[in-house]
Design a binder for this molecule. Structure first.
Ligand SMILES: [Zn+2]
Length: 385
């Protein structure tokens, strides 16, 4: 499918969360020839400049050596179109950049990120999405609620970008202390003030969380105010709490993000483990699951996959027919497709699986290598039927 307007040209001027990139329509795009250039670069810090240059020079040279005729002139035009975005220095806060470009399709998308992707440059029949998919798995959006007995701040962390959503503040220490009050009366007043403060925060958090699609909530702050608040939160919000952590209220923003990220990382590992267990038990009882490249490929083609499980760091070489999408793993591409005679090209089977999963509405989960029951399984699938 060809890309449609206005999706053909997207240029971001400030870093965006990876979850803001609309991956579904990107997965719908493909052409019969290798006309899509995809570039992933870490751009934060001067230490990336030199390795980026070496990487780009060698990849561009390698492509120019194998591409000929019309494809070569298309590639050169695509490169001309994308060049300034590939080579320009980072803007403030930018740590990574993704560029999808195709001159014949008048297609150019440039995403600036606050996180670092792995270096990659690919010329293919469609935008290369696997690195983006992994980034999205690594950087899910979550909320951080920072609270003590006087103040609460709600921050959304999206791909290392912190967006403050609510600011609630109350001066509990002094507001109710009037001359002549006994200590006991003061304490009672203060307790009531705190209770109404927490109720207000709880309501606000519920509103805020309801509007956001986040992985969950990290509850943070010094002392025991956060536990008191936790008890007052509506059940639904309380269930979305990933962890409760001790940090000072004046924690610098990058340290706040770092401590939140480590909670998320643990959650991510636990989730990988849960998926692997579920997969393993389905396989053992002969239930709704298949394993291995061949079976998973078939199930994807039949749109039977509910959840596609992929080993985190892996690639499987193979080929695809650009006309009928015939997909073969671990084989050198023949000149013509054995099914329809169409043109074939070399692919990473996992990239093709990812795109098929997107097109058929299957979820994709990355599983840690150690969690997969058999080291030979690179992919597995939980089936719809
Ligand atoms: Zn074919």
């Amino acid at each position: 499918m060809n890309p449609e307007e206005p999706f053909r040209k997207i240029l971001t001027e400030a870093p965006v969360p990876v979850t803001d990139i609309d991956i579904r329509p990107l997965a719908e795009i493909y052409a019969e020839k290798n006309v899509y250039l995809s570039v992933y670069l870490p751009v934060g810090g001067r230490e990336n400049e030199h390795p980026n240059k070496i990487f780009l020079d060698s990849r561009l040279k390698a492509i120019k050596e194998v591409v000929t005729g019309e494809l070569l002139s298309d590639f050169e035009k695509t490169l001309e179109m994308a060049e300034e975005y590939i080579f320009e220095p980072a803007i403030s806060g930018e740590k990574g950049r993704i560029i999808f470009a195709s001159s014949p399709e008048s297609f150019l998308q440039v995403y600036r990120l606050a996180v670092e992707p792995e270096r990659s440059l690919v010329l293919d029949t469609s935008p290369y999405l696997l690195p983006l998919a992994r980034l999205r798995a690594d950087y899910e959006d979550y909320g951080m609620l920072l609270v003590d007995s006087q103040e609460a701040r709600f921050v959304c962390i999206r791909s290392d970008l912190a967006e403050e959503r609510e600011h609630l503040s109350t001066d509990l220490m002094n507001k109710h202390k009037k001359g002549g009050w006994s200590q006991m009366r003061f304490n009672r007043q203060r307790k009531e003030a705190m209770k109404s403060f927490f109720t207000e925060v709880a309501g606000n958090v519920e509103d805020t969380c309801g509007k956001l699609k986040t992985k969950g909530l990290v509850l943070a702050g010094p002392g025991n105010a956060k536990q008191q608040l936790q008890e007052m939160l509506p059940e639904e919000v309380r269930n979305s709490i990933l962890d409760v952590i001790d940090v000072p209220m004046d924690i610098p923003k990058d340290e706040l993000i770092e401590s939140g990220n480590s909670v998320l990382q643990e959650e991510e590992l636990a989730e990988s483990n849960r998926w692997a267990k579920k997969f393993k038990s389905e396989i053992l009882k002969g239930g709704l699951a298949v394993a291995g490249v061949k079976n998973v490929g078939q199930a994807l083609e039949q749109a039977r996959v509910n959840v596609l499980l992929m080993r985190r760091a892996s690639s499987v070489p193979g080929w695809i027919c650009e006309r009928c999408q015939n997909l073969q793993a671990n084989a050198t591409p023949p000149v013509e497709c054995d099914r329809c005679g169409g043109p074939t090209s070399k692919v990473n089977i996992l990239e093709e699986f990812y795109e098929l999963a997107q097109r058929t509405g299957a979820d994709v989960e990355f599983v840690e290598e150690d969690d997969f029951p058999d080291q030979d399984y690179v992919v597995g699938a939980l089936l719809r039927y």
